[in-house]
Design a protein around this ligand. Sequence first.
Ligand SMILES: Cc1cc2nc3c(=O)[nH]c(=O)nc-3n(C[C@H](O)[C@H](O)[C@H](O)COP(=O)(O)OP(=O)(O)OC[C@H]3O[C@@H](n4cnc5c(N)ncnc54)[C@H](O)[C@@H]3O)c2cc1C
Ligand code: SF4
Length: 528
Amino acid sequence: MDHSLRTLDHGRSTLSLVHVVFGDQLNRQCSVISELPKNTVVLMVEVSSASTKPVSHYQRTLLFLSAMRAFAQELTEHGQRVHYVRITDAENTHTFQDEIVRCSRLIGATSLSCVRPGSHQALTSVQDAASALQIPFQLHEDSHFFDTPQGFNQWADGRKELRLEYYYRELRKKTGILMDSPKEPSGGAWNFDSENRKPWRGSTSDLPVPVSLPEDQIVAEVRKDLAVAMPDLPGKQHGFRWPITPAAANHHLHDFIENRLPRFGDYQDAIVAGQPFMHHGLLSSSLNLKLLNPRDVVAAALDAYNKGAAPINSVEGFIRQILGWREFIRGVYWREGPLYQDRNALHHTGSLPEWFWTADTDMKCQSDAIDPVLEYGYSHHIQRLMITGNFALTSGMNPKAVSDWFLGMFVDGVEWVTEPNVIGMALHADGGIVGSKPYASTGRYVKKMSDCCKTCRYKPEVKSGPEACPMSVMYWDFFMRHEERFTRNARMFHIKRNLERFDDQERSQIKYAATELRKSLGLAGETP
Ligand SMILES: Cc1cc2nc3c(=O)[nH]c(=O)nc-3n(C[C@H](O)[C@H](O)[C@H](O)COP(=O)(O)OP(=O)(O)OC[C@H]3O[C@@H](n4cnc5c(N)ncnc54)[C@H](O)[C@@H]3O)c2cc1C
Ligand code: SF4
């Protein structure tokens, strides 16, 4: 990186506005950046607290710092004044707020601004820095997203329940995306979910291999700095495959559109042991760092549909994730406020087992879902939701601890998207805001959707004894523990029916099996 980036003379007397750019705000198309007044310094800081609270995968830190440096370099080359603090800088205080205050004083800032960041905490850090400096602060909305927090609130206000399906339809009507006319969805239906639940029965050699670009000079430099500043971060250090520039992210996008989108729909929910990428986009880190614009991603998928290169169930299924889920999740994050991260509707207090950090467990489905997290900082959605999340829910792990693990250990972890997905979607700890019922399933689901059970020492149908499948045992134990709450939910009638069939002996066998498994799987802590 150009050393002048850090030693730049800021011309203290003429500079006044400091615009803070966080590591997930690397949006080249952002009009706020292109229209900054001439006397503005862009401030970017690398702080170790972003990698230690919660502890972050090595590759997540490598990705953020490399992408930040590439962005700062580009801004400087375009004549923008940038004040950049590296993780190895001696004066670095390593928290956002302290760095913003320290650097703003150095620069002689008379006002602060930023685009809405990815967390309540980051927003508070700039607001509090401005208060400490006694200078004004301006917040700009983020034009990267299709909707704004205000737009989401307008849709949500007065509704008894917030359901993705209705919000997504509203956004499709508003944007005209996948619409044949103002009221008619393309393909004649709003969703094709029923076509998108096929297990993969082919050979693994028929699965597409996603592109992986060579590491550049910036990544090599960040590696050197991390070796000095943060040598003990968890996760594998090699095999880094995540784009750090828009050009690389676009290359990945087109690889996905051409080679994986056509079968994305059919195999969206499929799990194959040792194959974490399947037909998924691998685009979340590029989207979340704003290297990709979601409009361009949607346009590329629509283009494939219009050319007949991808079927409607794939294109709609994919667009639903970007235009639907991604926007919905963000709306929930900003609507629910900073206390959402502490929600624990089911009062679960269990701690994370050691194998979340090693993948060393006899449960084949779990080791297979955690392996790629350690290897790449990634696992696909169904592994996150129906394997790792499902077990964290049914075994009673503490939601905040689980959320922190997801936030730190995935390359796409940013609070606004991780928290509602974990606290809400996976753990039902928000009491039903993101989903009306818990996403829980037994080993039978895993057997149907994956090949993991074939090589596992447990048996998915067995609920007691040495071969009892932990996914199945914990599922029934969970619903017995929370019987009163969930049997009141009309959408869970089938659970009520099943529980009624269990006699006292079967119930106590499940309870006993759950207690024994808790010990053998290293699950500590109370579970109400
Ligand atoms: C427990 C749990 C934790 C999660 N944590 C994160 C996280 O920290 N960061 C993150 O970006 N996503 C998270 N997700 C959502 C989703 O799993 C990932 O976005 C997706 O797996 C990323 O891989 P991909 O790019 O290959 O996605 P694809 O399957 O190809 O989907 C395409 C894109 O749609 C978007 N998307 C899909 N589902 C969601 C969703 N539920 N919420 C928001 N965006 C979505 C993503 O941007 C993704 O890149 C989480 C889901 C669960 C169940
Ligand atoms: S038997 Fe149970 S624990 Fe083993 S892979 Fe299947 S679902 Fe997972």
